[in-house]
Write a protein that binds this ligand. Structure first.
Ligand SMILES: *Cc1c(COP(=O)(O)O)cnc(C)c1O
Length: 465
């Protein structure tokens, strides 16, 4: 591997005095920066010719892996194909050049589109109103819990300070509750992976503000007891919160608003297109049932992540009312196809029909010493992104696979073949798997060292100054 191309920072390629840009003159004319606002020393910027800069970033970008490169079965993340038309729409100058502070009269069209997206989401979820302010799912959870808190406070019911969260929940659920100043109470799962209603009964009293649920849950299982759970939670005076990260398999099948949920968020970047990963971008609009609209908080200025919203609206319109109904069933079909094809080689702790994703508990043959981490790393050698690993925490060797509805049978068959091949390697040549990856620019990294001693700054080995 050419280290100059793959390993270096742009600062390390710097040559003093090298120049390479062709910027146009400031089109606003010249102006003087007041002397008290000027730097005392020149900024230490890298000095490179244009071609070096172009190669540097192009080569780095070639090390990225995305849905457009290959199969990306990252459970819980819904890494579906993002149709190119959604990008075109988001990039339209009429949208991309909008400024949040331009006169109101000039943004009526954009505002109208937000209203149309809101109505589409209302129809899809059964909620009465949406706010687009939250920037991601976790931000939506916080905003939604703020709605619930404000609702209880408006009734003078201030002792409701606890949120019930299933033990299978995504880590953002307890984190959001905590950020909102609420205490977390964990409800157990039954051996079949769904919420234990008897355990829940014992937790409900007049200190409970809300119950948070993901459905299908993080094991990819449909929570069949929701009507009963919603009745119990409402009877005790609390509200039901729906974590909409797994809305994808529900599209066309059912609506959270019809199941008794009062407040929810949608991860637009998961269910409705937007290339996401690596921390962004996203949008987490929050929906509420009638009577809760006035409690929606200001968690960001303006209209949230407008470009993500336009991608979502383009995605919804391009599928249309009829075709969007196939999203959920096809995502479910694909997940079950992979699960059934691999369950002889991989441990399936909870058998039966799953929804859009499922969880293996490592290899079935536990004698090989090959772990879920090893399998994930070995998949990189075969050109696949790894599934989600070691989540959910209910099993020791969780390997969580979500193919989404976008994938063809041939792509899934290719993945199934490779997963079977890795199971054979684990038996016959386990060291190859345990030392993987072998074909990536960087081999196996020490995750623990990286977490304990993160290197997050670059020390300039600087020059004259
Ligand atoms: C992704 C996810 C979240 C958090 O959403 P972000 O948009 O990443 O903030 C919450 N809950 C579940 C179940 C998720 O999968």
């Amino acid at each position: 591997m050419n280290n100059r191309l793959y390993g270096s920072l742009i600062f390390e390629l710097s040559q003093e005095g090298r120049r390479g840009y062709s910027l146009s003159r400031n089109r606003f004319g010249d102006y003087k920066v007041p002397s008290e606002m000027r730097r005392k020393e020149d900024a230490r910027l890298p000095e490179c010719d244009e071609l070096t800069v172009v190669r540097h970033y192009t080569n780095h970008s070639a090390n990225n892996f995305g849905v457009n490169n290959g199969f990306y079965p990252l459970g819980s993340c819904t890494m579906k194909y993002n149709p190119a038309i959604d990008e075109e729409v988001a990039a339209m100058p009429e949208f991309a050049n909008l400024h949040p502070l331009q006169p109101h009269g000039t943004v009526k069209g954009a505002e109208a589109l937000c209203g149309m997206l809101s109505r589409a989401l209302q129809a899809i979820t059964g909620m009465a109103a949406f706010t687009f302010k939250p920037y991601a799912g976790a931000h939506g959870e916080l905003a939604g819990l703020m709605v619930i808190r404000a609702y209880h406070e408006s009734r003078g019911d201030v002792k409701r300070t606890k949120v019930i969260v299933p033990d299978s929940a995504h880590g953002t659920n307890p984190a959001s509750a905590s950020v909102c100043g609420l205490d977390v109470v964990e409800v157990k799962s039954r051996p079949d992976g769904t919420v234990d209603v008897d355990d829940l009964r014992g937790l409900l009293d007049d200190t409970i503000a809300a119950m948070m649920m993901t459905n299908p849950n993080t094991l990819g299982l449909f929570e069949k007891s929701i009507p009963e759970i919603a009745a119990l939670v409402h009877d005790c005076g609390a509200l039901m919160y729906y974590d909409g990260a797994n809305l994808n398999p529900m599209l066309g099948a059912c609506r959270p608003g019809d199941m008794g949920f009062d407040v929810m968020h949608i991860n637009l970047h998961k269910t409705f297109a937007t290339p996401h990963g690596g921390g962004g971008p996203g949008a987490g609009p929050v929906g509420v049932r009638h009577g809760l609209e006035q409690f929606m908080p200001m968690v960001s200025p303006y209209h949230g992540n407008f470009a993500v919203e336009m991608r979502a609206y383009a995605y919804i319109l391009s599928l249309g009312r009829e075709n969007i109904k196939y999203v959920g069933p096809l995502a479910t079909l694909n997940a079950n196809y992979i699960k059934e094809s691999l369950k002889d080689d991989y441990e399936l702790p909870i058998d039966g029909l799953c929804k859009h994703e499922f969880v293996f508990d490592g290899l079935k043959d536990k004698s090989t010493g090959v772990t879920t981490m090893d399998i994930a790393k070995r998949l990189l050698d075969y050109g696949y992104h790894a599934p989600t690993i070691y989540f959910p925490l209910l099993f020791h060797e969780s390997l969580m696979i979500e193919p989404t509805e976008s994938e063809s049978k041939e792509t899934m068959d290719g993945f199934i073949d490779v997963m079977r091949r890795i199971a054979v390697e684990a038996r016959e040549t386990p060291d190859v798997v345990k030392t993987a990856p072998h074909s990536t620019p960087i081999g196996r990294v020490d995750d623990v060292l990286a977490a304990k001693h993160p290197v997050v700054t670059y020390r300039q080995m600087c020059s004259g100054a």
